[in-house]
Design a protein around this ligand. Sequence first.
Ligand code: NAD
Length: 709
Amino acid sequence: MDNAVTLNLGDDGFLVATMDLPGRTMNVVGDALMAGLAEAAERLATDPAVKGLILASAKADFCAGGDLDNMFTWTRPEQPFEASMAMKKVLRRLETTGKPVVAALNGHTLGGGLEIALACHARLALDDPRLKIGQPEVKLGLLPGGGGTQRLPRLLGMQPALQIMAEGNDLTPQKALGMGLLASLAKDRDELMAQARAWCLANPKSQQPWDAPKFRWPGGDSRTPAALQMFSIAPSIASAKSFGNYPAVQHILSCVFEGGLMDFDNACVVESRYFAACAMSRESKNMIGTLWFQLNAIKKGASRPAGVPAAKVRKLGILGAGMMGAGIAYVSAKAGIEVVLLDTSDEAAAKGKAYSQGLLDKAIKKGRSTPDKRDALLAKITPTTDYALLQGCDLVIEAVFEDRAIKAEVTKRAEAQLAAGAVFASNTSTLPITGLAQASGRPPHFIGLHFFSPVDKMPLVEIIVGAQTSDETLARGFDYVLQIGKTPIVVNDSRGFYTSRVFGTYVMEGIAMLAEGVHPRSIEVAGLQAGMPMPPLALQDEVSLSLGLHVAEQTKKDLAAEGKPYSEHPGMRVVRQLCEIGRIGKKAGKGFYDYSDDGKQLWPELATLYPVAAVQPDAQELVDRLMIAQANEAARCLEEGVLRSVADGNIGSIFGWGFAPFQGGALQYINAMGPAVFVERARVLALRFGPRFEPAAGVVRLAETGGRF
Ligand code: NAD
């Protein structure tokens, strides 16, 4: 096998070690890369002709992080511990030869990649704002285990280092330069290498600050009063945000605090222990499984019909320039697509386009865009009332009012302008796609593309396949979603599809608790403790109670027309009562909360309408109910074939409505608990709170066979 690191000794005596992991598009930290670096370090240490080392990359990135494929196979804590110690042994050798070592960062430098760069005496980078530098491990429940938790605070000080590691956000090269993480920036690769050589020449004898006999931590070590003060409150601040659901954050704090009490080498051993604790945690397994493996599988097209050639949308029509249409126009134009934005009046269409202008003006103010880029993007959006402009569109997305008759009319008018192969999509949030397709003259070309609000921020699009939607149409929809940089999940047609249906069980469970006499504050806290981004009552206020009621009434009517039974969720009684007295949610300034300029406050009269019971349930029971209700409904969706894959179920839940990421998604929640335990708990809840908790048949089967989703 080719070496992962090639070594070239220049006439100037500097060894250029170029990372180029064979068979991979990116350099990732694993045995092969570390073996190559070990060889480079050895040559540097032992060859008198070598005066210094420049670490570079032949890939588009410098190094993207750890090899998660390998990490995911670890089953015993010794494995992560030993892997982490082995990496540090190589890096220690690299930084302690006395000769200069410089990292030339030509692209993304993340996770283990940044840890390697930190073991160099200086880091130089291309001055490209797209280049990402950071320690994102925490986002997968891990921590930097290659010495990062020790080198970073010894270089920058505890507070900035903790921020980088505990939040996991990327830095731009400019920002990293300002913090002292980089020594300089270069305009291109040649200049980068020239600067690296110049640095080595200027620093022929190099040593890391932490190896200097008189080393002092920038800002002080863990014994200083400022550090003690910070560490006495930082864990509680972190817990207040995460409710203890993300142990990696606490472990990062511990690494820095304990590391600040001891020498570098001992601190590295402490770090490896905490790294092993993270790598073995249920949270990191959940997150790596879903947010890495399943997400990658989705992006590679696991849910896309194979055999249909990939296609790009060049011209897109959007019907309805309201909140959703305007957002879809923006994200599509941003991806380089020509957009026709149609509404019933010129004013409404222009207003839809102005939305993009607003977003871009804001981006310019923040230095994230330029007037030229804004104007180029705006030039791609044509506001109109004229259907003839839709000619030549590969795809039309309908985002008019949620009304069957209006949707039917615009479908017919648009289709009259379209070529035979063009796709027509509806962005409906509640109306079954197969029913809407009845207005179409070509139902195989009709599909659902369910966006989430605000469109420019939300990463997911739920693709809904109607009874007659063709594979080719699905593939076209899928390709378009990837084209605009969003993540597609594919579901079969059903009331509420997947996301709205399961999301609804979360808020309705919270509302049902209120009717039972659970204190509203306890309900809200339980939602946050469960790891949901917003508590249930506040969330229903945002969505609006009147919309919830309207959808329920519509469902009741539709089911009656189909001759099917309708069983009302116990929370619906509360929604109806509040709507009757005008408390329809945030948009009216009153719902479960009262809204004012000072913020929001739970409506005190809730206690009169729903008296608080003398005996309150255990907090964990509330958390379990909120999560089991969702997981069980997700499992039903899989059982009924609404969901087509487990990956779509998990990713859809996290990206669609913020299902607690540390759980790895609504179906992974069941795996992690164990299907047998889940069935047992669900049955107890069903006895007490009703048949909605009866475990889905698919989970019962898994429990019986010892299987997993
Ligand atoms: P909106 O009221 O903001 O916008 C609807 C737009 O459609 C208005 O500009 C209106 O003038 C226009 N319109 C109405 N009749 C028309 C016609 N005959 N021809 C052309 N334009 C017409 O509504 P919205 O929130 O953008 O929702 C639009 C669709 O997206 C609905 O089907 C809704 O269910 C769905 N949706 C909404 C959300 C959300 O969070 N708001 C999320 C997902 C899906």
